[in-house]
Design a protein around this ligand. Structure first.
Ligand code: BES
Ligand code: MN
Ligand code: ZN
Length: 505
């Protein structure tokens, strides 16, 4: 499906499906009123008959019978005008794509939702439409014999104002990039865990780096991890047949000092992802139903790789490191035991109380590695705790940080990306809960406040570098559809936040 933006008159457009919109409680206006007139009031009649209230994402479909060149008309509800945002546009565009697919429309022409705003708004709305349409179109059909539902071949956004059309086109191009990165992450998460073992995740990162100008990477295998003293990664990997790897990708902007040129000194950011390719819990085995979705436990790394897949294209003004320690957490005769003590890369020891609290152990090594690069900021993403899902539900990420300014920046990026995140504290008072008599730290803590104690443990390994921890355990994987553009399965959550952050850095 190709997304295009052009200047034109919606009423005269030829298409299988013409998409217009309506705010809740508003009279028919603009193109809708014009089409209604051509259809001799049919839009108004059917809206009344169907009790169409234009709630956000609801749709009204009408056959045009030749009254206008478009075969079918779709009115998408935008909901309350006062609550209009980029998210409104994403949902409306996604809803229109879902209908287009359901009725088998090949060509779609859509109004530029939010065209009432200025050129800047047109850019944001163009971006949001592309994101909504492409993310809604996503299906993970790799393992299905039945072909996926056919997508339209073209989705054209049309507006009467040439300047707005140009801005919307720029936005749409950016939106396509964001969607592509998100889909990259979704695919990695949705792959069955036996097809996404640590070595497969390394291959995915390698492919990205190879395809991206200005990128390089280092991969450390088991023998190298032993030399580095990465006892956390090695310890958690002990129960698995699959070799653990630490991956470090780097993007260096062209003409920067870091690239060896005389030019500017750039800020640097490390993106660190949890990469447990399957979390069985290890010897502290999970109950069967909790294990069902645990192929998603590498979603943090998937988000980092997804973001990296488009970084060269976005060319942010920063050196960006992407780091993940890929392991599989399995029970076996060689697995790490509750009671074992592991030594992290920075020399600190950790008593393993519960082998299912493995993420923080692997991240202790990975974050230590990241701090040695002396980045100006670290952002880690991890499906870390069920407690975070209890606290914030399935759609909201827990944001923890040792630096208010960085926390605000990431929260702002999340807001404009349309991804829900909420800051949680890292209380000094709870630090005792991760202490133990026989080692520097222990890897579990009491049930209550479980996300915070996990965050506190990670904090011990960031060396006071400004850092944000995103516990994405809830939103990374959808057990039921979340909205019109986020279906079941891997969501690619946080990819767009990372890209918004990097673009503003
Ligand atoms: N990967 C899980 C956390 C998780 C839970 C992710 C639900 C996505 C959805 C993590 O490794 C884990 O098992 N955490 C334990 C920690 C506990 C043993 C201290 C948990 O949350 O129960
Ligand atoms: Mn676990
Ligand atoms: Zn886990």
């Amino acid at each position: 499906m190709t997304i295009t933006v052009r200047k034109g008159n919606l009423v005269d457009e030829k298409a299988d499906l013409l998409v217009l919109n309506l705010f809740a409680g508003e009279k028919l206006g603009g193109a809708v009123a014009a089409v209604n007139a051509k259809l001799e009031g049919l839009v108004e009649t059917i809206a009344k008959e169907d009790r169409f209230k234009a709630a956000l994402g609801t749709t009204l479909s009408i056959r045009t019978n030749g009254a206008i060149p478009a075969k079918r008309l779709l009115i998408v509800g935008l909901g309350d005008k006062k609550r209009f945002s980029e998210e409104t546009v994403r949902v409306a565009a996604a809803a229109s794509l879902n209908v287009a697919k359901a009725i088998g429309a090949r060509t779609v022409v859509s109004v530029l939702h939010g065209a009432g705003g200025g050129e800047y708004a047109a850019r944001l709305c163009g971006k949001a439409i592309a994101e909504g349409v492409l993310l809604a179109d996503y299906e993970f059909a790799r393992y299905k014999k039945e072909p996926a539902k056919e997508s339209p071949t073209s989705f054209a956004i049309v507006t009467t104002d040439g300047k707005k059309a140009r801005s919307a086109a720029e936005g749409a191009k950016l939106g396509e990039t964001y969607a592509k990165a998100t889909i990259f992450a979704r695919d990695l998460v949705n792959a069955p865990p036996s097809h996404m073992v640590p070595a497969d995740l390394v291959e995915a990162a390698k492919a990205v780096v190879k395809a991206s100008p200005g990128m390089k990477m280092k991969v450390f295998n088991r023998a190298q991890l032993e030399k580095m003293g990465a006892g956390g990664l090695l310890g958690i990997a002990k129960g698995s047949e699959h070799e653990p790897f630490l991956v470090h990708m780097t993007y260096v902007p062209k003409g920067s000092k870091a690239e060896g040129a005389k030019g500017r000194e750039l800020t640097s950011v490390a993106l660190v992802g949890k990469a447990v390719t399957f979390d069985s819990g290890g010897l502290s085995l999970k109950p069967a139903n909790s294990m069902e979705t645990m192929k998603c436990d590498m979603a943090g790394a998937a988000a980092v790789i997804g973001a990296f897949s488009v970084i060269s294209e976005l060319a942010p003004n920063a050196v960006v490191h992407g780091i993940f320690g890929a392991v599989e957490n399995m029970p076996s005769g060689t697995a790490v035991r509750p009671g074992d003590v592991l030594t992290i890369m920075n020399g600190k020891t950790m008593e393993i109380k519960n082998t299912d609290a493995e993420g923080r152990v692997t991240l202790a090594d990975t974050l230590t590695y990241a701090t040695r690069l002396k980045p100006n900021a670290i952002i880690d993403l991890a499906t870390l705790t069920g407690a975070c899902v209890v606290a914030l539900g399935e759609e909201i990420t827990g944001l923890m940080s040792n630096d208010d300014a960085l926390a605000l920046k990431v929260a702002a990026a999340a807001k404009s990306a349309g991804e829900l995140m909420w800051r949680m504290p890292l209380p000094e008072e709870y630090k005792d809960l991760i202490k133990t008599d026989i080692a520097d730290y222990k890897n579990d803590a009491p049930r209550w406040g479980g996300s915070l104690t996990a965050g506190l443990l990670l904090q011990e390994f960031v060396n006071n570098i400004p850092w944000v921890h995103l516990d994405i355990a809830g939103p990374a994987f959808a057990e039921k559809p979340v909205n019109a553009y986020t279906k079941k399965g891997g969501t690619g959550h946080a990819v767009r936040t990372l890209l918004e952050y990097l673009r503003a850095v």
